[in-house]
Design a protein around this ligand. Sequence first.
Ligand SMILES: [Zn+2]
Length: 333
Amino acid sequence: MAVYAAHLTRTLQGKPTVFQVTAQEALGATVKPALRKVVEFLAATYPNKCGWCLHWYDEVYLLFDCCLQYYYIKHYAASFAESFYGLIRVPTSSSSEFSNGQQLPVYLERASLALLVLVPYLKDRLEAIVERWREADEDGRLGKSRSDTARRAAIRVYAVAHTVWCCARLVQLARYAAGSAPAHAPALAALRLALKDAPPREQGEHTWGDLLRTVATGQLGSAVVTFPMLGGLALRCVEYGAFGVQFLRWWDAQASPTQTLPAPPPPARDERALRWKNKCPLCLQSWKIPTVLPVSGYIFCYICISRHVRAHSACPVTRCPTTEHSLVRLYID
Ligand SMILES: [Zn+2]
């Protein structure tokens, strides 16, 4: 009877809209870069304690994502982002339809976890390697050796594979929107899974009032065990925290210093600069091979300034640190 009821619930569940499924995909894709911002902040603030997190960020996130997605797949038969949008994974093939209530069969749980966690990790690693090769190719650092030729070919193969994959996703989404495919993504279709609207979550018989009474009587340990809504509260915090990090990301993009801070006014010329106008500040003669020091903006003779910077590594007028490589030759009459 329970199995029959579960079947009824499933068949009665509505089909989520294209906006719902794309919104949950967008949320899933935002968590990793948003958490990276938090880790970057921690690594900058505590370089000794948290510096390694940034270096191993992909692996740290893989571990975190694995635990998070495993919990959601196991308890809600959905990924974290799918559960956030009130969706649930349901098998589309009739053979696995009557499994065990709302849970997915174990092989589908494992396959879902691999597709949610492992595949994006491997894709990111591959993308980073190909990007490195592409930069090397653009800078002309790839030669004519066999390995370099193979790298160039791999860059092309990756570009084609990426385009094919994007097209396949688009076609699958269009078929889903048109109602001719049960799943919105090729990965879900391969697993014969589809997303449906989740049934409302069951409410326990314990109320927040009972919880407060238990805590007030000092039985904190038993309160944590007896009241499952504490776990639910923690999960809600994680879920709304995801929106929080999305907001932080948006804020970070808005508050980039080039957009918000106006350029400071140039410093006023002092009296000496006016007196020695069109003269080299070092030899006080007219410039020979005029050369500007970008860090301060002063113009010197090339011989004077290159000798001074080699010896002092600083601008002779402003004392701003600089190197010989930053000298710029001016072609003025
Ligand atoms: Zn000079």
